[in-house]
Design a protein around this ligand. Structure first.
Ligand SMILES: NC(=O)c1ccc[n+]([C@@H]2O[C@H](COP(=O)([O-])OP(=O)(O)OC[C@H]3O[C@@H](n4cnc5c(N)ncnc54)[C@H](OP(=O)(O)O)[C@@H]3O)[C@@H](O)[C@H]2O)c1
Length: 360
């Protein structure tokens, strides 16, 4: 019998959390038990909780009491029990896990370097989240980049998608790209992608005053402004907005200031989750939500199986290597560490140049 410990939070009040331990029943034929080694925690994971009901993030790792849920995280796990001959004890997987010690998977579509969790309750959820990399079979797998991968791969893969989407749309005719919450890692990854391409528009980062110096030090944005300096954005140049903040006041003020020159806004994130109400100045008809798994599915159809992963991995690897110049990864372990990282990130107390990697 294996004891499984989970870190749960109330769906309607993420600040209320608890640790629950229960005894897992014996594995059924075809199942494996993954022991979760460690995982990253950033604002992206908080967003999974904030939009959990709307987008369905609570459905990945459901708990018995419907008022409570488990936020998904990206990390590594090792197979410690197996009733699936294709996935033996000792396998190491990278992918989407609950904030917990273990997860029972029902591997399906097992290929050399990848498998899917075939659990019935995940069948309707976006495939990108149900796919696990069998890292020991990956060409050139480098375990010294495990922590960078947990923190940055899901974020920089989104950055790669954003660059690809806007480039494919000729930047909607814009001469400048404005990125609110410019200090977030997803924003920084997007800035790396845009800077890699001399033909892309100029880059304006919007951030809070406490993060301005750190954002300037990256040297990626042509202009860095704080949220109270929106009037300094050049309203005479057509612009697109790639928004990580979800801040209704910031977006309303930007849209009003830019007017017809606001060509398109991608609503990517909600790092400012407590300020998410959009006011009358927000231009809905030229704004749309951006959902990376949807873009990945589209590119998988366009480019063929495996090609998105290949291109996104190459982008992530190069950008993650550069990110070592500024990123500090804080590593802690134990149930208290998991709770500590969760509450620090939820409260916005983690510095922009820092990320957590934790495990039970
Ligand atoms: N749509 C998609 O498919 C997709 C995919 C990946 C990520 N995303 C989204 O992109 C966003 C960024 O994620 P990330 O993991 O890259 O973030 P991160 O690096 O953890 O972001 C940290 C930054 O977010 C702002 N922030 C965080 N918590 C805050 C709080 N409580 N109050 C005020 N500001 C706070 C601050 O930036 P400033 O001071 O600069 O505002 C902070 O420096 C998330 O909302 C995530 O869900 C969306």
């Amino acid at each position: 019998m294996t004891a499984i410990t989970e870190f749960q939070m109330r769906k309607d009040n993420l600040e209320e959390t608890r640790e629950i331990t229960w005894a897992a029943p014996p594995l059924k034929e075809g199942e494996v038990l993954a022991k979760i080694d460690r995982f990253a925690f950033t604002a992206n994971n908080v967003t999974y909780g904030v939009v959990g009901e709307r987008i369905g993030y609570w459905k990945f790792f459901p708990v018995d009491d419907d008022d409570w849920g488990i936020i998904p995280v990206w990390g590594f796990a090792d197979i410690v029990k197996s009733k699936c001959p294709e996935v033996p004890i000792g396998e190491r997987l990278y992918g989407y896990w609950p904030m917990a010690t273990h997860l029972v998977l029902a591997p399906g579509r097992v290929k050399d370097a990848r498998l899917f969790d075939g659990a019935a309750h995940r069948a309707e959820l976006p495939p990108v989240y149900n796919s696990y990399a069998r890292v020991k079979a990956e060409q050139g797998y480098d375990s010294s980049m495990d922590d960078d991968r947990m923190v940055l791969f899901p974020l920089y893969a989104t950055s790669f998608c954003l660059y690809d989407f806007f480039n494919d749309n000729d930047w909607f005719g814009a001469l400048q790209v404005i990125i609110p919450s410019a200090s977030s890692k997803t924003a920084i990854g997007t800035a790396y992608a845009i800077k890699n391409d001399d033909a892309s528009p100029a880059l304006v980062g919007l951030t809070s005053s406490r993060n301005k110096a750190a954002v300037e030090a990256l040297g990626l944005y042509d202009q860095v402004l704080t949220y109270d300096q929106i009037a300094k954005v050049d309203a005479g140049r057509p612009a697109v907005i790639i928004d990580m903040s979800g801040n209704g006041d910031v977006l309303g003020a930007l849209h009003k200031h830019l007017g017809d020159n606001m060509k398109y806004t991608s609503n990517v994130g909600v790092t400012h989750y407590d300020a998410n109400a959009m006011g009358p100045d927000f231009i809905r008809e030229r704004s749309a939500m951006f959902f990376a798994p949807g873009h990945i599915q589209k590119r998988t159809t366009d480019w063929g199986p495996g090609e998105f992963e290949k291109r996104a991995f190459a982008f992530w690897h190069e950008a993650a290597t550069k990110s070592r110049d500024w990123l500090t990864i804080k590593r802690e372990s134990g149930g208290d560490a998991v709770a500590h990282a969760f509450h620090e990130v939820l409260a916005g107390k983690t510095p922009a140049d820092t990320a957590w990697v934790v495990g039970f």
